[in-house]
Design a protein around this ligand. Structure first.
Ligand code: FES
Ligand code: FES
Length: 335
C-alpha cells in the first residue's frame, strides 16, 4: 500500500508531526509519497524524510489517479491537499480532499489519520473497478506521451548510450527513461507505474536485488540512490532521472569482493541468503551515513532490513568488522 498525496510545497513539518505521521503509516503498513510543486518526498515509517525533485510526469500521474476517483480538475488547485490510498493492484481505493487554509503539515497529518481509519473499514460501494482504473491510467500515460511530444521542440537530447537495452519505439502508454545503474546507462521504454525494483529485475536482468514484500517493509530490495539507501520497490523508475543507482552487482571489483561482502562471508552473516543483498547494500548506506557507532546503533539503523533466518547477531558483527576496516567506500565506478 502506498499513500499518495498531491499538494503544494511543504516545508519540513517538524519532528513532532513526522513522528505522528510515522504512527499512521505504521498502522497502514504503507509509505508516503508526497508530490509537491517543486519537490516530492518519500517517507517510510522507519526512515527519514527523503526529498526528491518533482516532475511534471509524476504530478500528472498522481492527478490522473485522483481523476479516476471522480475528483474534478478544478479540485487540483495549489490550495488543496489530495491524499489517497493506492492498493497493491495499482488502484486508488480511497481518497480525501482538504483545503489548505491552515498549517499544511497538520492537514497532511489529519488526512493520514482519516486514511488509517478508512483502511480498517470495508471497501466502499462504487469504488472503481480495476478495468476502469487501468483504462484511466492508460489515458494518463497517453497524456504523458503527449506532454513529451510538446517538449520535442526543445533541443535534442544526447544520443542514447551504446548499452541501450531496447531500441524498440515505446508503446503509446510507455515513456523512455535512461537509468544509470552501477555507472552504466540503460535506455528503457516503460510504463510510469514500473518500480525501480521491477525495472532492475525484469528489464535489466539484475536479479541480485531481491523482491520480498514489494511493500517497503522488508528491505530486501535496498539499493543506493546517489549513495543513499532506498527501497527499490517504492521508487518509480520515471522518478530517478539522472541520479545514480548502485545495486549489489556494482559492489565487487573485477577480482575482489567489497569489504562488506568479505565481512559477511567471514562472519557467516547469512543462512538462506535471500535478504543478504539488501542487508549488504543497506549496511553500505549505513556506514556512509556514519551512524554505525555501536552494535545497538547498527541494530536500530538496520531495522528496516528483515532476516527471516534470524542471522542478525552475525550481520551486526560483519558490519562492525567492515566499519573498522574502513569499508564504507562506494566502488570507484559508482561514486
Ligand atoms: S521488497 Fe522492497 S521493502 Fe520488501
Ligand atoms: S539469511 Fe535467510 S532471510 Fe536472511
Amino acid at each position: 500500500m502506498l499513500v499518495v498525496a498531491l499538494a503544494p510545497n511543504f516545508d519540513d513539518p517538524g519532528e513532532e508531526v513526522l513522528e505522528a505521521l510515522r504512527a499512521e503509516l505504521r498502522c497502514l503498513g504503507a509509505a508516503l509519497l508526497l508530490i509537491g510543486t517543486d519537490h516530492s518526498f518519500c517517507f517510510r515509517p522507519d526512515d527519514e524524510l527523503v526529498e526528491e525533485p518533482s516532475t511534471d510526469e509524476l504530478r500528472l500521474w498522481a492527478a490522473q489517479l485522483f481523476r479516476a476517483q471522480g475528483v474534478e480538475s478544478e479540485a487540483l488547485t495549489p490550495e488543496t491537499l489530495l491524499l489517497g490510498l493506492l492498493d497493491d493492484g495499482g488502484s486508488l481505493r480511497w481518497h480525501t480532499r482538504r483545503e489548505l487554509d491552515g498549517d499544511p503539515s497538520l492537514a497532511l497529518l489529519e488526512a493520514a489519520r482519516l486514511a488509517a481509519k478508512s483502511a480498517l473499514a470495508p471497501a466502499p460501494i462504487g469504488v472503481l473497478s480495476r478495468r476502469e482504473v487501468v483504462l484511466t491510467s492508460l489515458i494518463g500515460a497517453l497524456s504523458l506521451v503527449l506532454l513529451e511530444g510538446c517538449k520535442r521542440s526543445e533541443p535534442q537530447r544526447p544520443a542514447p548510450s551504446a548499452s541501450a537495452v531496447s531500441s524498440l519505439a515505446p508503446a503509446p502508454f510507455e515513456r523512455e527513461v535512461t537509468l544509470n545503474v552501477n555507472d552504466k546507462d540503460y535506455r528503457l521504454s516503460i510504463e510510469p507505474r514500473v518500480s525501480v525494483l521491477d525495472a532492475l529485475r525484469e528489464r535489466l536482468g539484475l536479479t541480485g536485488t531481491k523482491k520480498g514484500c514489494d511493500h517497503g517493509q522488508c528491505g530486501a530490495c535496498t539499493v543506493l540512490l546517489d549513495g543513499r539507501r532506498v527501497n527499490a520497490c517504492l521508487l518509480l523508475a520515471v522518478m530517478v532521472g539522472k541520479r545514480k543507482l548502485t545495486t549489489i552487482e556494482g559492489l565487487a571489483g573485477p577480482a575482489e569482493l567489497h569489504p562488506l561482502q568479505e565481512a559477511f562471508v567471514a562472519h557467516d552473516a547469512l543462512q538462506c541468503g535471500y535478504c543478504t543483498p539488501g542487508q549488504i547494500v543497506s549496511a553500505l548506506g549505513l556506514l556512509r551515513e556514519k551512524r554505525a557507532t555501536s552494535a545497538e546503533a547498527i541494530r536500530e539503523h538496520m531495522s528496516g532490513n528483515l532476516c527471516r533466518c534470524g542471522a542478525y547477531p552475525n550481520i551486526v558483527k560483519a558490519i562492525e568488522a567492515a566499519r573498522d576496516a574502513g569499508g564504507d567506500a562506494l566502488p570507484a565506478r559508482a561514486t
